[in-house]
Design a protein around this ligand. Sequence first.
Ligand code: ADP
Ligand code: ASP
Ligand code: MG
Length: 453
Amino acid sequence: MKFGGTSVADPDAIDRLIGIVRQQIRSNPKASRAPVVVVSALAGVTDALVAIAQLAEEGEADRAAAALQALVDRHIAVATAVTTDSRERLVAEVRREFDELIGLVHALAVLREVSPRSRDAVLAAGELVSSRIVAAAFADRSIPSAWIDARAVLITDAEHTAAVPDMPETCARAAARIAPLAAAGKVVVLGGFIGATANGMTSTLGRGGSDYSAAIFGACLDADEIQIWTDVDGMLTADPRIVPQPRLVPQLSFAEASELAYFGAKVLHPSTILPAVAKNIPVRILNSRRPENGGTRITSDGAPAAGQLTAIACKRDVTVIDITSTRMLMAHGFLRRLFEVFERFKTAVDVVTTSEVSVSVTVDDTRRLEAILDNLHNFAEASCEREMAIICAVGENLRADPTLFGRAVTALDRIPLRLVSQAASRRNITFVLRDADVPHAMTRLHEQFFQRS
Ligand code: ADP
Ligand code: ASP
Ligand code: MG
């Protein structure tokens, strides 16, 4: 059971969390083990830590210290409010965690340098303290519980800020450390998002990574279900911050959920589905403010509503790169050379389209864009266009109903489309367009597919 930032934001939210876990235990009296709880940092804390790391990098030691003090105060207030017997010990632990962080941030501010590795150490503090607070709150409400430092279990590579889990090692540790406690009826509480490298350096799975942590632990422990508790009713037909009143998608397939998460449905971290697929464990997205609602159930086959798209998502602020070569585009080896450039600079390509003389691709990560263009210029003309976006319409039905594609294009008839593609899975249609056109385009598509009587 994973609870996101808003689901642990304050004492009321933590009370709701405890009620939800208690209900889960009560409704399964024959369960052979207790649920495992994975929590995010309190709402807004990771963003605050990002800002603090930024201040340190700028050498703003005093401002960083003031921002840290505000975080200390907030956590102590929450810790105090949700505990009784454990209060003193918990407050001391929270202080100790923050004292370490204050020392680290001060050192970074003196050096004016924050490496990815140091950044991970700073960001991890949010989940380290939130998980301790939640574990203590369980204990003080007579729910047997145990806090485990996620860094002792979730082992990753050293790709700091976007670390990749070592599943065999993580599963071995989960079996040794989490499983026996859960089998003894203890609610194990761990921080999401964080892990450690084989030699013990703190690492993180990338922003939004607590969902991924929950799926990793769930897969390792062969959980019956992976529950993602958040602040919306489930996967919605579109991002509610862009389209007014999207609808709930009650069921979808792993493949659909992966596409939606990858193309911007923030409710799930894009890697969440991978561990679930490996063990065929259903994933549920639920609203912690409305636990009685059924939420969204994600399974291997899903159950698409007849003749419908499942949902639409968008990935904003991407860059299109056009690569043109009149002489050798279709010569064999050209595409290999082209993609080798992206591989060399570790930059993922999202959408690809080709014509007789050109290839267009989109990238999200532009940190190495100049170097990529320089290298492409060795054998082709290349130019880029920023402030673009990808809209992805997803649905298993796209395969069976070829008219859906036409309806989608028609819905966007007055909006300039830069690229359009449909890959072999025929589970999605992808449009690349100007970022400024996204709200209008999303609304038009949503009206076309989800708001008709
Ligand atoms: P948490 O802190 O619980 O992990 P997030 O903020 O990461 O929550 O994800 C939930 C948010 O994702 C929602 O509040 C919503 O604004 C956003 N979101 C974007 N696209 C979708 C979608 N298709 N369905 C549901 N929520 C979405
Ligand atoms: N707290 C982390 C973040 O904000 C991880 C998460 O919430 O999933 O990115
Ligand atoms: Mg999230």
